[in-house]
Structures are given as structure tokens and as C-alpha cells.
Design a protein around this ligand. Sequence first.
Ligand SMILES: [Zn+2]
Length: 259
Amino acid sequence: MSVVTKFNIDHTAIASPSGGSQLVTFVIEETNDRWPVISRLVSIRGAVDLAETFFSDEEIRTAEWLRLISTFEQGYPQPKMDWPLKQSSRELLCAKCVTYKQIAPMRVAKEPHMGKKSFMSLIWENEIFCTPEVFRGLEEIQAKGYEEWDVLIHKTGQISEKVRQLFIPAIAGLGVLVEDDLNRTTCPTCGTTKYYPHVKGAMRIKREALIPDTDFLLTNEWFGHGLLAWREILISSRIAKLILDKKWSGVRFKVVDVV
Ligand SMILES: [Zn+2]
């Protein structure tokens, strides 16, 4: 019996892109009475233990820049079988570490069921999709630095009516100040460093890395491991406030310290 079943812990299980194994994740508060036992099991079995930080609305509203993080994943990018190696939406910068440039619309298996959510992403990737209402809100405040891209239903090639991609063209300069204890891998083929997900505390970024006069940026740095690779999404304070004010869901924020 797995630990999560035994202790009756809410969890998600996702198959890895290469198949064969499952990534089981769960969130537990350090104040939970099961935490001491689980914490021991995590260390005995060498499981990855990621401390996560949640920021208050006040911290979010007063931060100059934030990371935008999807909390609503709906299905896999298509064609799923060849992900991420053979994709019309991506030009790979390196076939080994799968860093990429998006060159065409993303494809999904079917129209997503958004329910009350305004944002979504797909499993394995970090591109962000939103409802038409979000794009209207962005237009109203004259947000800068994003493009509205079609999302295609894979089998038919039809354009999704439920969501469009919030495409972010601008990439910040190098400037994320990564903590020494954040694991990383350097690609033997191209030399690109990929960092493990940054989950502890605020991400620090040098001001000189930020491009002025925009509300959206991608980090220059890559994150992920194996066949996962993404750049973090950075948004300005006014975008975070808009999302909070409108009570749009499907994303959360993490404070970025500009230094
Ligand atoms: Zn590489």
C-alpha cells in the first residue's frame, strides 16, 4: 500500500512524459498531526520534499513583480505521444534538455471544461490559457506585453472557443538569483542549466534583468528536469491586482523580490 493511501492523503498522480513511472505529489502542512511520521518516511525513502510558501493577499498586492502559477491543469498537450520531441507548436532549442521556442498554436485533445475557472494550463508544460473574459479585462487596463494566441483542438484543427493562450513574447535578461541549495542540471549537449522548481520563499531577480514598460515577462532561466522544461511567468503588480479584484481562479501568485 502506498504511503498516500495508507495515511489517506489527498494526492495527484501523473505519469511522466517518458512513461513507466508516476509522479505522486501531495501537500501537507507542517502543523498536520501526520506530518512527523510522513516526514520520516520521506527522508527514509529519499522522496523529494519540497517546502512550499504561500503568500498572503497583502503580500501579493504590495509586490512589484510576481510569478504567475497555474493551479488548474486540464489534460495533456497534443500530440501527447510525441511530447515534447515532435510538436508543431515548438521548435526545440536542444533535443536533449528540450528547451524550446513556441512557434505555432498549442494543441489540446478537446474543449476544456473550465467550470468557474478563468485560467488553465496543460500537464507537463507551463503555457497559460485563459477565458475571453480575462482578455477583455487585460484590454480594459491596457495591459502590455502579451499576445492572444489560438488554441487548437488537435483532431479537427478547430480553434477553441473556451480558451486562448496568453502568449508572452518577451524574455527577461539573466538575473534570477538562485539559492545554492536549489538542485540543477546542466545539459551535456548545449550547456543550458535547468533548475528544479523554485518553491521556497520569494524568487529573487536582479532589476537589470527586467524589461521596462511591460506587464508580462518570461524568465531567461529554465526550470524543470528530464523531459520537462519551462520558463517562469513574471507579471506586474497591476496584473496580480486585476486577477485578485476580479476573483478569477485557476492561478496563484508567488512574490518576486526585485533586488
Ligand atoms: Zn540542451
